[in-house]
Structure formats: structure tokens, C-alpha cells
Design a protein around this ligand. Structure first.
Ligand SMILES: CSC[C@@H](O)[C@@H](O)C(=O)COP(=O)(O)O
Length: 360
């Protein structure tokens, strides 16, 4: 049975509390926008696509039983709440893009005189509910495109060893995963010899969450510490690195979990192809390059403590950026649901595809 981080039905939302994994698998109720904001900010749900889906579903829960007198009041309420949800975590762009799309939808419905307030609400809710299925379909396509491009580096066939960082799987998405979806697909094709996952300090998404998914799905996998990547590349032939993204800028620079940039630098030195797997909802063409991406800084306590136990010397200052930017020159390709693009062609291809979709 596949892991489900997000459960939604008829205005009821439950999420798997990722702060408790792997020790406890406990679902918590998200009763509205305030709960959604807190769950995202505390990282009970995390991963760029899951943040957007849970944020939007928390709004669906909030308005599900509410009666609106006018389309204008509905529009004002959802717009304010979506903007508030965007503020829960700044780096991943998915929630921001989802909010912009939903606000445009609310505006269009408000202006359409043939639509009643009840129909407006129903269409708005349907658009949020559809995000779950669309994300899984996109991830399956990313998995296929990514497995194919990685295997294209192995002309004589055979199975590959890959490295991933952080958690990009079912727990970070509606299901299947992005970078972890690529790895799942390689396994389904019997072409995965081994996957290495990094611990991903300080929240330990690799050790707690990716390792949990890999064990759950019985993939051949080994956990390594973050400072072992160079040694891994030196001692074992790694066919490719595949990681996720929180925001891909127009030039291909990619913000992802802290430590990704370091892996990109080391991969280049060792001639290991480095792939970013991300849905279109993680691509922010409004930002020309990665130096414009806001990097979230998180509390010192995530570094100084493991659970209740302090591991750092009292009094030491800390710096805890949650993400870094891997520059486009280190990235071999960006694997999306619509194809694999070189960073240099990303903007043009995405604009082309978006304009074709809009004219359909
Ligand atoms: C498909 S998830 C992509 C990214 O969001 C993921 O790689 C990552 O960096 C997650 O960071 P997190 O701080 O756990 O939300």
C-alpha cells in the first residue's frame, strides 16, 4: 500500500504529522486555514508540492460549510486567506503560484454573471480538490521522463546507482514523488541497482522520511551522512544525482534543501550528471536567477538539539538556512512532467508550453 501524507474528503483534511515520523505514524486534523498555516510553518507537512496542496485544502476545509451572501465576499475571503497561507514559508514557490491561480479563478468567476455564488464556491473547491490527482499524474510523468534520461547515460543497459537528497517522495507530494518518483520508476523498470540517500541535517528528511519510504517500498537503499557525498562519488560509480526543487528560477538556478549546492559542486568535480526533478508548479519564471530567491532561515534549536537533548555547546551562535541555490552551470537537466530541459532552454520551453496550453 502506498504512503499517503494527505487525506482529504468532503471538507475533511488529515495530514500525517512528519515531525513524529518514523517513530509514530499519526494523522492530525487540519480544521481550517490557521491549522494549515501552522502545520506548514512547523513542518508537520513539508516538501514544496505538499505545502501548496495542504495550504489550499485547508482553505477548502474552511469555506466548505460556510454560506456566502455575495460573490464579492467569497472572493475577498479566499484572496486574504490565500495570501496569508503564502506567508507560512517563503522559499518554495508552489503555494504562491497556486494562490495566484486560485485568485485569478475567483476573479473570473466573480465577473461571470452567469455564475451564482454557490456555483462559484463549488467550482473553486473542485479546482483545489483536483490538485491531488494532478500532482500524482505529474509525478508519474516526471518519474518516466527522469528514468529515461538517466538511463540514456548508460548506453549498454544495466542497472544504475543514484544519489538523492532530502525527501521528495510520497510524503512531500500528493503521492509517488518527484526525484523519488524517478527512483521509484527506475526500480519498477528493474534498472535500479541502488539508491543512496543523505541524512539531510538538521531536520533529517533523508534519515527519517526518505529512508522510511525506501524501506516501506523495499527499494535497495543505503543511508549516508551529508559529509560522505564526495567519498561516495570517489569509491562507487554513481550514475546520477536526482534531487527536487523548491523554486527553479528562469535561468535554471534551483533552490532546494540546504546541502544540494554542495552536492552539485562535488558532482561536477566527479563528472556525475546532476538532475533536478520538479513539476511546472515549482518553476518561477518571474525570478530571473537564483540570487533573487528568498532563503528561509529556521530556528537555531533545529541545529542545537536532537529532540529534547542539546548536542551543541551552550552559547555557540548558529546559522540555519533551510535551503541553498544550486547554480544552473551545475545542473545537467531539469526533469519536468512535460519533458527534460537544459537550464539554458528552460524559460523558452516553459513559456512555449504554457502558451500552447492556454490557447487550447
Ligand atoms: C518534492 S519536494 C521538493 C523540495 O521541496 C524538497 O527537496 C525540499 O527541499 C523540502 O524541504 P522542506 O524544508 O523539507 O520543505
Amino acid at each position: 500500500m502506498s504512503l499517503k501524507a494527505i487525506k482529504y474528503s468532503n471538507g475533511k483534511l488529515e495530514i500525517l504529522d512528519q515531525l513524529l515520523l518514523p517513530a509514530q505514524s499519526k494523522y492530525i486534523d487540519v480544521k481550517g486555514v490557521e491549522d494549515g498555516w501552522k502545520a506548514i510553518n512547523k513542518m508537520q507537512v513539508r516538501g514544496a508540492p505538499a505545502i501548496a496542496i495542504v495550504g489550499c485544502l485547508s482553505l477548502a476545509v474552511e469555506v466548505f460549510d460556510e454560506k456566502f451572501d455575495t460573490k464579492q465576499t467569497f472572493k475577498q475571503e479566499v484572496e486574504g486567506k490565500l495570501n496569508y497561507l503564502v506567508s507560512a514559508r517563503p522559499t518554495a514557490v508552489n503555494m504562491k503560484l497556486a494562490a495566484e491561480d486560485l485568485i485569478s479563478l475567483a476573479n473570473a468567476l466573480a465577473q461571470d454573471e452567469s455564475v451564482s455564488v454557490d456555483t462559484m464556491k463549488a467550482k473553486f473547491l473542485k479546482s483545489i480538490e483536483d490538485m491531488l490527482e494532478k500532482d500524482i499524474a505529474d509525478n508519474m510523468a516526471i518519474g518516466k521522463n527522469g528514468a529515461e534520461v538517466i538511463l540514456s547515460h548508460i548506453p549498454n543497459g544495466g542497472a544504475v546507482r543514484v544519489l538523492t537528497h532530502c525527501n521528495t517522495g510520497s510524503l512531500a507530494t500528493a503521492g509517488y514523488g518527484t526525484a523519488l518518483g524517478v527512483i521509484r520508476k527506475l526500480h519498477e523498470m528493474n534498472r535500479l541497482e541502488h539508491v543512496y540517500c543523505t541524512e539531510t541535517r538538521p531536520y533529517n528528511q533523508g534519515a527519517r522520511l526518505t529512508a522510511y519510504e525506501l524501506v516501506h517500498d523495499k527499494l535497495p537503499a543505503t543511508l549516508i551522512l551529508d559529509n560522505m557525498v564526495a567519498s561516495l562519488f570517489k569509491s562507487r560509480r554513481i550514475a546520477a544525482v536526482v534531487v527536487g526543487a523548491d523554486r527553479v528560477a528562469a535561468n535554471g538556478d534551483t533552490a532546494n534543501k540546504i546541502g544540494t549546492y554542495q552536492i552539485g559542486v562535488v558532482a561536477k568535480y566527479h563528472d556525475v550528471p546532476f538532475y533536478v526533478a520538479a513539476p511546472f508548479t515549482s518553476i518561477d519564471l518571474k525570478i530571473p536567477s537564483g540570487d533573487r530567491i528568498v532563503i528561509e532561515e529556521r530556528p537555531d534549536r533545529e541545529m542545537t538539539h536532537v529532540g529534547e537533548h542539546r548536542i551543541a555547546a551552550p552559547g555557540i551562535a548558529c546559522w540555519n538556512p533551510a535551503f541553498d541555490v544550486t547554480t544552473a552551470d551545475l545542473i545537467t537537466g531539469i526533469i519536468t512532467e512535460k519533458g527534460v530541459f537544459k537550464p539554458s532552454e528552460l524559460k523558452e520551453k516553459v513559456e512555449q508550453i504554457n502558451s500552447t496550453n492556454q490557447s487550447i
